[in-house]
Write a protein of this length. Structure first.
Length: 441
């Protein structure tokens, strides 16, 4: 018995659609190359105008990022501070290269706190210019000692015990000469505030080595967050600056992270090509590799044009985009390979068109779902979450586009050029020729 029940599906595209993708491949390929050229050009434009190819964060260029919250000293309630006053206060303190921006977050009770992000290229509390001078002044102040800076710690070797009570006034009075952004020289305070020794540190540093009779002491100073906080409290009366978060990366570490990020992208491309060469055959690998390179260049180009911050999270987003694009490309290639086996009587151009039309609705729905999710993260997220979501938003668009308009045509071109052509000529079958009967005479 046959059921006549009609299913009421809502089709995104009516069944049997027949878009002519192959006919427009050349146009899309030329457009893609032009957009890639614009993306690369944006990097060099930024370098010539802004001094950097991209808007690197602390992760890659080194420095310190500090998040402050401000409390009223009288009511102890969180308050908002004008960013202009923060910039002015830090500029007066000789910090001309800082970046200041607003940030808001919710505390454990759900109350909104309006804070401030301060970014500086400095990694240590003591300036590079002041580092050598302070060490030399220390050795002059305490004869017989050897002093070497390591970050915010002054390592001292001495025959005579030096106490924190002697060092604290020295650090507080230390000054050095600094040149501001206008080229003017001024004598400024080093802003060094000694940290007290912990009980275990005091026990360790106040005992001389038995063999050398020398004291190995370490004098640590409070970091940039404490220095900047005091400068802000001076500029904004009756406000206490609280360090909510502090994050620093050395310049050498930042360069290494940037190099490692570039290597990770290259290795990902190589592994993708290797996988596709084994998963399908060598015809598919160049198309997927070119599409993945296109996606990476386009995402980088959008970051460069919009001057969005590029952090380690951005690199994670870029690698995720590359993986997503490859997955979409593999699905398209899988359908093309299936149809090649089923539609042997059709040309490769027609097979590609049929395969792309069959996969179009699935690709749109999958990409739209991912895009909508990351768009919500981009709108309502903050910091690294928004940074990652921004990379994904761009990547989903270009990844879907490249799977259809770049990977498939390049595969088709390789197939037509090296894997197709007229069949080899076969030798004509030999037919038996009847021989005349020769009668025996």
């Amino acid at each position: 018995m046959t059921s006549n029940h009609n299913h009421k599906f809502r089709y995104l595209l009516p069944p049997g659609t027949n878009f002519q993708f192959v006919a427009k491949f050349r146009t899309w390929f030329v457009l893609s190359c032009l957009l890639m050229a614009v993306s690369v050009g944006a990097l060099f434009f930024n370098k010539s105008v802004r001094g950097e190819y991209m808007n690197w964060t602390i992760d890659f260029k080194g420095g310190t990022e500090i998040i402050y919250a401000f409390q009223d000293k009288t009511t102890h309630a969180y308050t908002k501070v004008d960013p202009g006053k923060v910039r002015e206060a830090l500029a007066k303190a000789g910090e001309g290269d800082v970046e200041v921006s607003d940030i808001s977050w919710a505390d454990d009770n759900g109350k909104t706190i309006d804070g401030m992000i301060v970014r500086t290229p400095r990694f240590s509390a003591i300036d590079e210019v002041a580092r050598d001078k302070t060490a030399a002044d220390f050795m002059a102040k305490f004869p017989g000692s050897k002093a070497v800076w390591s970050g915010d710690r002054l390592n001292v070797q001495t025959k005579k015990l030096i106490t924190p009570a002697e060092v604290a006034p020295f650090f507080a009075a230390e000054t050095y000469e600094k040149t501001d952004a206008n080229g003017q020289k001024a004598t400024v305070s080093a802003g060094l505030e000694l940290k007290p020794w912990l009980p275990q540190e005091e026990d360790q540093y106040t005992h001389a080595d038995i063999g050398t009779s020398e004291y190995s002491e370490v004098f640590s100073v409070w970091g940039l967050d404490r220095q900047f906080g005091k400068d802000l409290e001076k500029a904004v009366p009756n406000v206490e600056a609280q360090t909510y978060q502090s994050y620093g990366v050395g310049a050498k570490a930042g360069d290494k992270l940037r190099d490692d990020a570039a290597k990770s992208i290259v290795f990902a491309l190589f592994l993708i090509m290797l996988y596709l060469a084994f998963r399908f055959d060598i015809r598919y690998a160049p198309g997927a590799a070119f599409a993945t390179v296109h996606d990476a260049v386009m995402v980088i180009g959008v970051f460069a044009i919009t001057w969005q911050e590029v952090s380690l999270t951005s690199v994670a987003g870029l690698l995720t985009v590359m993986g997503y694009s490859t997955n979409d490309t593999v699905i398209v290639f899988d359908r093309i390979r299936e149809n090649q086996a089923k539609l042997k009587d059709k040309k490769i151009e027609r097979i590609v068109d049929i395969s792309l039309n069959e996969m179009l609705v699935r690709t749109i729905l999958t990409s739209s779902t991912v895009f909508a999710t990351t768009l919500i993260m981009n709108i309502f997220g903050t910091g690294d979450v928004r940074n990652f979501a921004f990379a994904m938003n761009i990547g989903v668009i270009v990844g879907t586009y490249s799977s259809i308009f770049l990977a498939a045509p390049l595969f088709m071109w390789i197939s037509r050029k090296w894997y197709s052509g007229p069949a080899k000529k076969r030798a004509a079958p030999v037919t038996a020729v009847a021989q005349p009967d020769v009668a025996a005479e």
